[in-house]
Design a protein around this ligand. Structure first.
Ligand code: ADP
Length: 177
């Protein structure tokens, strides 16, 4: 994202964010509802560099963002070195532990690898501003929110692809679509 390329199109964050219509839904983690096995499956089934963490599937409010590589290392470590951890162990990103039954397997606590303040914009934020922020803050991705609900993600590569597309098209033709 070189500063010399001006971004003067009228695109909004909602036009660039993923998933697009017809794409699979955003891959998210929940802060206390998932097991080690479920998180490992999500990692195996996707190649994304990171995952937003939300309160729950019913309440997609953003809690933070976790990098894939940190998640992989932490789960491997927990499997290897934390006593009693099994596939059914809960994975917790919460500050306080939810009540667990005494017979439940020990939880894997991962709050320490969570970025609690990932950069966010709204669906209405002009891409001109998003591009400027990516440049100034050196971001790799940002999350897109509407009315407190997490809706999407924009990566640096998504922006570069969008800029390439714009360079070959009449910017007015994509206004608010
Ligand atoms: P990059 O864009 O650098 O290839 P990623 O591999 O993380 O980075 O993302 C690949 C594509 O998937 C991008 O278009 C991005 O917007 C999208 N994406 C990234 N993370 C997620 C996620 N957790 N769920 C769904 N889509 C995602």
């Amino acid at each position: 994202l070189e500063a010399k390329e001006e971004f003067r199109h009228k695109t909004l964050a909602t036009d660039v964010m993923r998933p697009r219509r017809g794409d699979p839904p955003l891959s998210v983690l929940t802060e206390s509802e998932m097991t080690v096995e479920e998180v490992e499956r999500l990692i195996a089934d996707t190649t994304y560099s990171g995952f937003p963490v939300v309160i729950s599937q019913q309440s997609p409010r953003l809690v933070g963002f976790v990098l894939r590589r940190d998640l992989v290392i932490s789960l491997e470590n927990a499997r290897r070195h934390q006593e009693g951890v099994v596939s059914m162990s809960p994975v917790l990103f919460t500050e306080c532990d939810p009540p667990l039954s005494p017979s439940a397997p020990p939880a894997v606590k991962l709050r320490s690898i969570l970025d609690l303040s990932p950069f966010t914009v709204t669906v209405h934020t002009p891409m001109e501003i998003v591009v400027d922020i990516f440049r100034k803050l050196g971001l790799r991705q940002c999350l897109v929110i509407h009315n407190g609900r997490l809706l999407g993600i924009i990566t640096k590569k998504d922006i570069l692809k969008h800029m390439a597309l714009m360079a070959n098209r009449d910017p007015d033709s994509i206004l608010f679509n």
